[in-house]
Design a protein around this ligand. Sequence first.
Ligand code: ZN
Length: 589
Amino acid sequence: MSSTQGVSAKEEIKRAADIVELISQYVQLKKRGRNFLGLCPFHSEKEPSFTVSPEKQMFHCFGCKKGGDIFAFWMAYHGTTFVEALKDLAERYNIPFDEARVGAREKRAALKRQQLLRVNEIAADYFFNALTQGHEGAKAREYLSTRQIPQGIVEDFRLGYSPNSWEGLTRSLEREGVDLSVAALAGLVVARKGGGYYDRFRGRLMFPILNVKGQVVGFGGRALGQEMPKYLNTSETPVFHKSEVLYGLHASHQAIRSSGRVVVVEGYMDMLSLWKHGFKEVVATLGTALTEQHVRKLKGYTSEIVVVFDSDEAGKKAVLGSLSVFLNHGMVGKAVVLPQGHDPDTFVNQEGVERFTSLVEAASPMFDFYIHKAMALGDGSEEKVRVLEEMLPALAQLRSYAMRALYVRRLSDAVGLREEVVWAELKEYQKRSRGRSGASPRLTEKLSGARVSKKYNRDIHFLNLIVHHEEARQRLADTDWTLLLSDPVMQRLAKVLMDRGRSNDVDMDTVLESIQDPEVEKELREIMVMPSFYGPDAVETAIGEFEQKIEEIKLAALIREARERGDMVALNEALKMRARLQAPNQTNS
Ligand SMILES: [Zn+2]
């Protein structure tokens, strides 16, 4: 039990933890002014807008608006519930943690995840024992020895074998008191039509898939005979998402960080082979192409991602698919293609790790790789047009004009088409595709972009002033400040602040926690993380300017109404007032 009365575990963790220290274990951060900046692990970007504020103990991404405290980060990054985050962080910072206080719904979700992880853990042990001890495991042991996988790797990666029986795991789970419906949810057993359950993985070499925390979230099973499919994965569960998971990351993330690069392969055995040869900055997708989520995850560790394509399927299509994933993230993905007939496993076993390393070091950016491949098919005018058409979607996704210009030039050079032709085709393509995604940019995109709409600009400046300067909040609270704001979210936020603003000493953290509207919460967090636009000397002037602006808006309304009514006396009076207001050097009488 906690000895500190009246202080929640949450508070204690907040006191003990430092958000910069915590986040920098997952995201590369650089100090920029008062804050730390990095590439956001939650959305695609090439210019860092993921901001961590040591003063506020808060993170906020100006791109995707994700943000919050250390708990919010932990939940989003590790995909945990709040309760799990509390628990994990309490453990990390040695804080006693009383579970009884947490909400019932969160508790249920956390319980489900814990149950799934526990079932997976039991199953992993069962498979491991079957591989290392069972007589049935002989076939799998033989397979591993022909693939030259040493015992150390079997242990570190907890490899296993699923015996070729219908109820081996099912009975074993029953003996452990596991609710088999949970095991079914975990994708380990399958419900029979007539009741009861049977094993889903049978006669397969088992690869437990661990998250960065070292928990077993799912399994991959490789057939040892001719059974289909050759690879069987756990289906999607609350703890396992195939398009996000990277096999081996739990073991390799430190090597990735220290070497500054990561090599991505497709298969479990490819990953393990490279690891065995001492090449440790490696992960595997679960037999799929690299997804946006993968890149997002890896970006927290390194900015250099090298994808290895097997020679027999190194179609330019696959590279082109990955190319757009990288361009979307503003990253230069590199491609390695292995000699004909090789995969990473056979290559490193036959040719050695030095040759593999030199291939990785000589990897070309995917763009060059694609052009090279495409042009190898011929350079007649038909091929040129086809290459151009295939490249257009990737080019159109480049957000920076400078980079687009660079690639247009490189493409026109490589293909032998005039730059104007490429530009014209690109514009045409963009026009065609624009109709589909015409969403208006969010507030902060406008802010960070060159064109800041004047209205929003005022909203942001006003909110910045009243968040960071209490005297401004108090002075402006009694004016018609609502006239200044055009964005409904900003209006709601300002209202929350102004309602409290009359009292002294508003604690922004408390305000933030009390806001129930996520949109409003995001905006407030953003403004809190951004420094004040106004130095001590500028606050007074800013208040005066806002006051004047309010008067101007009111007068403009009076003038409009007077015109509509045809009331020349009132109109004249209002026009005179406006003239006085806009000429501050004149006397006011
Ligand atoms: Zn983001």
